[in-house]
Design a protein around this ligand. Structure first.
Ligand SMILES: [Zn+2]
Ligand SMILES: [Zn+2]
Length: 159
């Protein structure tokens, strides 16, 4: 598989109804697919593809609602949705306040968002395919740096 290159920022996106728009003015840090039970429930899909990015480069406008979820690991995360149409757009992890996890499908252009890592692979639904060059993690990595390193290896930073 040939990976599409990562386009230059900004990366814009929003919800289904258009009431909320967001913009990331930085290069993504990782493109991670999570196959855990919670992500299946929350997305309504077999897995959730998230863009890991620096929160200080992320802005949004429009009314949102937050739902605080506590994972089995004890980690808490605020799940941010459009107050009107309910589309989940991003997560704000309380244990990593400088990060934001953007749901890749809410980007206006998600064509470049190919996973560089997969987590909770032992819970993946049958029929889910894995890229040969992506990192596969059983359970959740103890350190998010592992996901960032996986991205950097596949997409070396341009000067
Ligand atoms: Zn909306
Ligand atoms: Zn998950």
């Amino acid at each position: 598989m040939k990976r599409p290159s990562i386009p230059a920022p900004p990366h814009a996106g929003g919800c289904l109804c258009g009431a909320v728009r967001y913009r990331l003015d930085a290069r993504p840090l990782a493109v991670n697919a999570c196959h855990c039970h919670d992500c299946k429930k929350l997305s309504g899909a077999t897995n959730l593809l998230m863009i890991l990015a620096m929160r200080d480069a992320f802005r949004h406008q429009g009314a949102v609602e937050r739902y605080r979820k506590r994972a089995d690991s004890g980690r808490e995360v605020d799940i941010v949705r459009c107050a009107t149409c309910g589309v989940r757009m991003w997560h704000e992890p309380l244990t990593g306040a400088h990060f934001v996890f953007i749901a890749a499908g809410t980007l206006d252009d998600s064509s470049w968002a190919v996973p560089t890592s997969h987590i909770w692979v032992e819970k993946a639904s049958p029929g889910v395919g894995f890229e040969g060059d992506a990192v596969k993690v059983v359970g959740q990595p103890g350190d998010r740096q592992l996901l960032i390193d996986a991205f950097d290896r596949l997409y070396p930073s341009q000067p």
